[in-house]
Design a protein around this ligand. Structure first.
Ligand SMILES: NC(=O)c1ccc[n+]([C@@H]2O[C@H](COP(=O)([O-])OP(=O)(O)OC[C@H]3O[C@@H](n4cnc5c(N)ncnc54)[C@H](OP(=O)(O)O)[C@@H]3O)[C@@H](O)[C@H]2O)c1
Length: 221
């Protein structure tokens, strides 16, 4: 499957950083912030020349893959109907200083599952949350380069996982299949994967350690 149009919700540090790498990789890129596209025309022309400022509705309508790069506490502003049936990748993280208290997170096993509960029709993956926006450019390398940085991808839908693995590779990183969306817990803030920088074998080892620890926590039957 070849992804042609990347639609990014969020025209901030991550949104424009992902846009730059996606443009280099040959994608068509649409970006929306929360208001009129005219408000971000200038910033897009400077930060991600070649991308097109759009409304959030246009982004969700036209994108083959939608990238969620808004502050996590804004997740309820995402339109569940417009995202139903779409391939979506969640790059968001929870930071109390930025996002404030979010009691919803206490009910959810992971932040991506909390987001999915709001957009239940979306085919949601988690990735690109565990790399600094500036490193998207600094650390990207061609496939096959020894020591190439790796990033994990978790998703429940197989086609979405395949699409996001391919996207991450094309952005310049080895992509590691982390399995189900719930495994995104292994690369949330304050985990070894989040705090570190790993090649493919390193991320695979950390994911395996996470799964082993989860199994040990399961109640015996
Ligand atoms: N900074 C990093 O290095 C980094 C790395 C990985 C992941 N992340 C995560 O990625 C997310 C974005 O981080 P950031 O640093 O890029 O934030 P940021 O610079 O504050 O940008 C956030 C953007 O989201 C837009 N936005 C808010 N609600 C929206 C909506 N409903 N639809 C479309 N756009 C909307 C804002 O537009 P308006 O101004 O118009 O509201 C703004 O352009 C966060 O969850 C963060 O934790 C950050």
């Amino acid at each position: 499957m070849t992804t042609q149009t990347i639609g990014i919700l969020g025209a901030g540090k991550v949104g424009t950083g992902v846009a730059r790498q996606a443009l280099l990789a040959g994608y068509r890129v649409l970006i929306a912030a929360s208001g009129d596209p005219k408000n971000i025309d200038l910033i897009i022309s400077v930060m991600a020349p070649g991308a097109k400022a759009a409304t959030a509705a246009q982004v969700m309508e036209e994108a083959d893959l939608v990238v969620l790069s808004v502050p996590l506490h804004k997740f309820r502003t995402l339109d569940p109907a417009a995202l139903a049936g779409k391939h979506v990748v969640d790059t968001m993280n929870y930071w109390r200083d930025t996002n404030g208290d979010m009691p919803e997170l206490e009910e959810a096993p992971s932040s991506s599952e909390m987001v999915l509960a709001h957009i239940p029709g979306a085919l949601l993956a988690k990735s690109l949350n565990h790399i600094g926006y500036h490193e998207l450019e600094l650390d990207a390398l061609p496939a096959g380069t020894p020591g190439r940085r790796a990033l994990a991808v978790a998703a429940d839908d197989d086609a979405t996982r395949t699409m996001v693995l391919d996207f991450v590779e094309r952005l310049g990183f080895d992509a590691v299949d982390a399995g189900d969306l719930s495994n995104g817990l292994a690369f949330e803030p304050n985990t070894p994967i989040f705090n570190g920088s790993y090649d493919k074998a390193g991320i695979a080892a950390e994911l395996a350690a996470h799964l082993t620890a989860e199994r040990e926590l399961e109640p015996a039957v």
